[in-house]
Design a protein around this ligand. Structure first.
Ligand code: ADP
Ligand code: ASP
Ligand code: MG
Length: 469
């Protein structure tokens, strides 16, 4: 009997109708004697609204907070009513929604009184998206006569470190707890429905795994339960040659190796959280990306040794938005041992993840790419640590840039890939601000102005004829 962890993304659970579709997918699987664990995201857009509200709450009054929570109840109750026909289950779900939102209202009111939001309280606020969607999905499963039980990530047993906003799982404790709590249910054919994205520290304080983290929850659970496969259900057929929202003729990649998929996840093939594959690579659990709106399609299979055969070296191209570039200049850095390490040491100690680095041969300049949301904090951290100490003379930044990454396993040792890419850029008159080649040689990435990003993606898609893959 196969054990499958299925994660349903925001669009998959965006409406009552979609949730019924999800319930049917789960039911069809259980009919085939598959044991299913369900992981759900927040309804589409809800996490973004919570991010916004968490920021606003410190400046708001109680009335504005009640307005927000009132709308949240309305949206989720309406979705539940559409997703669940049985009146008793409907009522129970409605009560669960109201109870959760009343807790959220208290948290937001607290933030409003204190006038401050900490990473810890922010995670607490953001956890409510999934805490509201999971009971609806659970209700929809019960509505079609499946046995189901709802869990938060914490109740399911997922324990993380205290890196609020992007916490990492502590796999040993997690495995022990998840096994103990979910396995007995699976044996009784009960479907556990687990909130994606959220977990807790060892002390029980709520954490989140980083945006898009429901994918990560699914792979964590799959390893803890020694599942046979993970299925990431989303709104496109699988991992494609590029974002189909940018290039309509983008093609699905039927297979990918773990290495290729990691590269694509890190480089913003948004279809997956960048750390989501870490747990399954070691455990060698295959992952499939599938479309809830086209369940007949087998989707993209990510597994060891799998790769899409292609004569072209570039298999996919991604555009990563929401990044910023920082330039650190200083003639004194030339030939000074340890000058780079000072920069990275400061960033590391402040938990600032560097996505891309490039340096000039003259060594007088280091360019870094970071998440745009971290720009203010990164600049002030670097300025305090580096300026006026003789090494660095100037720190500047650009926040209107994006990263373009061309990926493919065959790039290793192939000459001329970079020149074809950059010739394509030149032809379209796109100026390149920074270049880096991943040491894995699975990608070439570069930075352009964000307004040129989509044109850059289209130019590479065309140059390497990715629509014919
Ligand atoms: P979910 O809510 O299911 O987690 P996401 O929005 O996180 O979905 O990811 C799915 C979206 O990722 C797709 O709708 C698509 O627009 C976008 N996307 C970007 N790059 C790719 C790619 N290479 N392949 C597939 N989808 C991609
Ligand atoms: N709801 C969370 C987010 O929007 C997690 C997820 O959807 O995977 O980031
Ligand atoms: Mg996602």
């Amino acid at each position: 009997m196969k054990k499958i962890v299925m994660k349903f993304g925001g669009t998959s659970v965006a409406t009552g109708e979609n949730i019924r579709r999800v319930a049917k997918i789960v039911a069809d699987s259980t009919k085939k004697d598959q044991r299913v664990v369900v992981v759900v995201s927040a309804l589409a857009g809800v996490t973004n609204q919570l991010v916004e509200e968490a920021e606003q709450a410190k400046k708001q009054d109680e009335k504005q907070i009640q307005e927000f929570t009132g709308k949240l109840v309305e949206k989720h109750v309406a979705t539940a009513v559409e997703a669940i026909k049985n009146k008793t289950v409907q009522k129970e779900t409605e009560q669960a929604i109201k109870k959760a939102v009343s807790e959220l209202e208290k948290v937001l009111t607290g933030i409003c009184y204190v006038g401050e939001i900490t990473p810890k309280s922010r995670d607490y606020v953001l956890s409510f998206g999934e805490r509201l969607s999971a009971p609806i999905v659970c209700g929809a499963l019960r509505d079609i006569k499946l046995q189901a039980q709802c869990f938060t990530g914490k109740d399911a047993g997922i324990v993380t470190d205290e890196n609020f906003g992007a916490a990492s799982p502590l796999m040993n404790v997690t495995t022990h707890q998840v096994k103990g709590r979910l396995e007995p249910l699976l044996e009784k054919n009960v479907v556990p429905v687990v909130t994606g994205y959220i977990a807790a520290t060892q002390d029980g304080v709520v954490t989140t795994l980083g945006r898009g983290g429901s994918d990560y929850t699914a792979t964590i659970l799959s390893v803890a339960l020694s599942a046979d496969e993970v299925w990431i259900w989303t709104d496109v057929d699988g991992i494609m040659t590029t974002d189909p929202k940018i290039v309509q003729s983008a093609k699905m990649l039927p297979q990918l190796s773990y290495g290729e998929a990691v590269e694509m996840a890190i480089f913003g093939a948004k279809a997956m959280h960048p750390s989501a594959l870490e747990p399954v690579i070691e455990a060698q659990i295959p992952v499939r990306i599938r479309n809830v709106f086209n369940p007949e399609n087998p989707g993209t299979l990510i597994a060891n040794g799998e790769e899409t055969k292609s004569t072209e070296v570039v298999k996919a191209v991604a555009m990563i938005r929401d990044v910023a570039m920082i330039n650190i200049k200083g003639a004194a850095m030339v030939g000074a041992p340890g000058s780079y390490s000072k920069v990275f040491d400061v960033l590391g100690k402040n938990n600032i993840n560097v996505m891309m680095v490039s340096t000039a041969v003259s060594e007088a300049n280091i360019s870094l790419i970071i998440r745009r949301s971290l720009l203010g904090r990164t600049l002030s951290t670097l300025e305090i640590a580096l300026l006026g100490r003789g090494l660095v003379s100037e720190i500047t930044s650009e926040d209107d840039v994006c990263v373009i990454a061309a990926m493919g396993a065959n790039m290793k040792g192939t000459l001329g890939v970079a020149s074809r890419i950059f010739a394509a850029m030149a032809q379209k008159g796109i100026n390149i601000r920074m270049i880096a080649q991943g040491s894995s040689e699975l990608n070439v990435s570069f930075v352009v102005k964000e307004k040129d990003g989509e044109a850059a993606v289209r130019a590479i898609h065309e140059e390497f004829k990715l629509d014919r893959i």
